[in-house]
Design a protein around this ligand. Structure first.
Ligand SMILES: [Fe+2]
Ligand SMILES: [Fe+2]
Length: 263
């Protein structure tokens, strides 16, 4: 794979569909980039994919749900792999309101948008979307201060934003297909890239932040950067608790990059 591409979407809980794309990470492998549709009474899109796959992403999204039926668009954080198609979707989804935090609103430049199209929700708060409550949660690792994950109290799905992501050798359908060593190393590599501050945190406090997710007892972990992980809580929690030991990632410099591109 040498460019970002969209794969077929797949059902990841009884009423959640994942829009799956992958981006190549030259020299390292591939990174999944997932968005999700929760088919709730008030349907919700979680993140909006990458602009690089816009045409395919919008086509796939429209095959899953009519955009006029979309009531909520949850933006976990304002990175381009989560925000890439927000404007295009908003233009065709007149009934959708963007859920973010105060910082997220500022970073996305949404101050100018009509107030009734934005909804501010902080970690710990819940939102009723008709047939279930969605709770905003703080993932233990993140690369942006506004990052807010969510817990679907009906399906038990935890949407963890960047947290629990992994760089993989190749695309796979579920995290269960990744061998345990690759999952550990790919996850630690991703954590060292996405959360370069991990090495300077208090390991005890960091582990407590993971335990608070354990208390939710998620049925499935839906990371933006890992294939669907069902029944893998203890593996993912254990792997992440050790991630602070991985040295901060330093990417290839210009010379190394040019060599890699030639190869
Ligand atoms: Fe991010
Ligand atoms: Fe991301």
């Amino acid at each position: 794979m040498n460019e970002p591409c969209l794969f077929e979407s797949r059902k990841v809980t009884t009423d959640t569909t994942s829009l799956v794309s992958y981006i190549p990470i030259p020299g390292f492998g591939v990174l999944p980039v997932n968005a999700f549709v929760i088919h709730a009474k008030q349907p919700m899109l979680v993140d909006t994919g990458m602009a690089a796959v816009r045409k395919d992403f919008l086509g796939e999204l429209k095959s899953i749900i009519e955009l006029k039926d979309l009531r909520w668009i949850w933006i976990t954080h304002a990175d381009m792999d989560h925000l890439g198609n927000l404007e295009a979707i908003l233009a065709e989804a007149p009934n959708a309101r963007v859920i973010t935090s105060y910082i997220g609103m500022a970073k996305m430049g949404l101050q100018g948008i009509a107030l009734d199209r934005v909804y501010l929700l902080n970690s710990g708060q819940t939102l009723d979307i008709g047939d279930r409550k969605i709770r905003a949660v703080s993932p233990p690792t993140f690369d942006a201060p506004e990052t807010t994950g969510l817990f679907d109290q009906k399906t038990g799905a935890l949407f963890s934003a960047d947290c629990f992501g992994a760089i993989l050798a190749k695309p796979v359908e579920t995290a269960l297909e990744i061998n345990s060593q690759d999952l550990l190393e790919g996850g630690q590599l991703w954590a060292s890239i996405d959360a370069p501050w991990l090495g300077i945190v208090d390991p005890g406090k960091f582990k407590n932040s993971i335990l608070s997710l354990n208390d939710l007892d998620p049925q499935v972990i839906l990371s933006a950067h890992l294939p669907v992980a069902t029944g893998m809580n203890s593996i993912l929690f254990d792997n992440l608790s050790e991630a602070y030991k991985t040295p901060r990632f330093v990417g290839p410099d210009q010379q190394a990059l040019e060599k890699m591109m030639v190869a």
